[in-house]
Design a protein around this ligand. Structure first.
Ligand code: SAH
Length: 471
């Protein structure tokens, strides 16, 4: 089965020959410490101290934008909106609320109105690097569907599908498995109308009912539905959930230990009318989640904690996923950059493939944070005793164990030199970092890989046993 999946040729992206990707959201390595450029504190607000980090970002080769602080540019709609929230609330907002507005504000959020991916956009993701990524996720879903006893009807849910490239490659890659593709109802959870349109296009959909957001993808003849949240996806049916680079976009709260105990880092407007970070003078509601997260920390982590980043939205989403999988059967696959440890301070902003200040021109840059994998594991286990959690393992191990090396070999049989070069570059970007034992070795031109910075974790219904390739 695995072999058949890996060696068959898919019809379109067989020889992907796109522009080599320039940058991934993961250009992060353990060299210098992360500073999100906190502004000086006001007289009444405590200073935000520099993080004593366990996470760090290599900014050595980064372009530093010129300081235009002397120029006053008119506030964008989003800046006006954020300032009005702070004004009418009568005080600063949490980093999480800032992040949520910046990314998904219906009018001006970063994701809401345009295609942000690829060389022309702000960052690149694995499905955009190579068709092999979506194909390997296809292998994973077919294997789990087999373990589920080949159900006749399955909801295949993707959270945050971006351009829809992963799903398109998955459907093309699995199209020969008629029983599998015929069982599928695809549910795309996407908040951005602009990206929903792009997904519709890339999945080659024809509308069944535009009012109900329902279409059929001609790639595999499967029905496709769109939703704003996972709760909207109908339950009661075995479910496969894919979340690739979704969790990193979910809002995070940041806490810092001070002489007054744990304080939440907040976003305020200074006297110069610019955004700046301050510390909350008293406990905030998110402190409840902080306490919960701390109970899952190891004694060593607890001892070193000075800064902690938590994502209550990620915890709640995981619980929703685990309950669904626990009662309906199936499983979820989460792939993202993150750590198998508590996260201290990882929030970053990326515009046009460069790191920028988190508070600078909100809505024009992507904001993302490292994913806290232990928190996903504990949230899932807490929500349902019918699920088991596996991993995390590195993306390199995950794709390697599913057989990406066989797949690249099969594709290389049928291509010219230029296409072969593009395939190899894509392969190395997916599994690379010098730790993938599956190829001869990268050359100087090979882009930095995502193989070890990205981690894969799976939550499955216990009836399904251990999912591939976590055995
Ligand atoms: N999985 C894709 C895209 C990752 S970017 C890929 O790997 O290429 C994050 C995606 O999640 C985008 O499609 C964005 O619009 C969507 N998204 C972000 N926050 C969301 C939210 N709160 N609800 C629904 N979709 C969201």
């Amino acid at each position: 089965m695995l072999r058949k999946l890996l060696t068959q040729t898919s019809s379109r992206r067989l020889l992907f020959s796109g522009v080599p990707p320039l940058f991934s959201k993961s250009t992060i390595s353990p060299f210098s410490s992360l500073s999100s450029s906190p502004e000086p504190p006001s007289s009444e607000s405590p200073a935000v101290e520099h993080p004593g980090t366990t996470i760090s970002i290599d900014r050595s080769s980064l372009y530093t934008p010129p300081d235009h602080s002397h120029e006053s540019t008119p506030d964008s709609e989003l800046v006006k909106h954020l300032k009005s929230i702070i004004k009418f609330r009568g005080g600063p907002i949490s980093v999480a609320e800032y992040m949520e507005e910046v990314l998904t504000n219906p009018k001006a959020g970063f994701y809401m109105n345009r295609d942000v991916f690829g060389a022309q956009g702000d960052f690149i993701t694995s499905p955009e690097v190579s068709q092999m990524f979506g194909e390997m996720i296809g292998v994973w879903t077919v294997c789990l569907w087999e373990q589920m006893g080949r159900p006749e009807r399955v909801n295949l849910v993707e959270l945050g599908p971006g351009r829809g490239t992963l799903m398109a490659d998955l459907l093309r890659g699995t199209s020969k498995f008629k029983n599998f593709t015929e069982s599928l109802h695809i549910h795309l959870v996407e908040c951005s109308p602009a990206l929903q349109k792009l997904q519709h296009q890339n999945l080659k959909c024809t509308d069944e009912s535009s009012s109900e957001k329902k279409a059929v993808s001609s790639l595999a003849g499967t029905p496709v539905h769109w939703h704003a949240t996972l709760q909207e996806v109908p339950s009661g049916v075995p479910t496969l959930i894919i979340a690739h680079e979704f969790y990193d976009a979910l809002p995070v709260h940041q806490f810092q230990k001070s002489t007054r105990g744990w304080c939440e880092k907040m976003v305020d407007v200074g006297e110069d009318s610019k955004f700046r970070f301050v510390l909350s003078p008293q406990p905030t509601p998110a402190a409840l989640y902080l306490m919960k997260r701390c109970t899952w920390a190891t004694p060593e982590e607890r001892e070193k904690m000075e800064h902690v980043e938590i994502s209550p939205k990620s915890m709640d989403l995981t619980q929703e996923m685990a309950k669904r999988i626990g009662s309906d059967g199936g499983g979820a696959l989460i792939i993202d950059y993150g750590m198998n440890a508590i996260i201290s301070d990882s929030l970053q902003a990326i515009r046009k493939h460069k790191f920028v200040n988190i508070l600078d021109d909100p809505g024009s840059a992507d904001l993302s944070a490292y994913v806290d994998f232990p928190s996903i594991k504990h949230s899932a286990e807490e929500a349902s005793e019918n699920v088991s959690v596996h991993g995390p393992m590195t993306q390199s191990q995950f794709l390697g164990s599913l057989g990406i090396n066989f797949r690249v070999d099969a594709l290389l049989q049928n291509c010219n030199d230029e296409q072969a070069e593009s395939l190899r570059a894509g392969y190395w970007q997916l599994v690379g970092d010098g730790e993938a034992p599956f190829w001869e070795g990268p050359n100087e031109q090979t882009p930095i890989g995502m193989g070890t910075r990205y981690l894969a974790m799976s939550i499955v219904n216990k009836n399904q046993g251990i999912p591939a390739p976590f055995q």
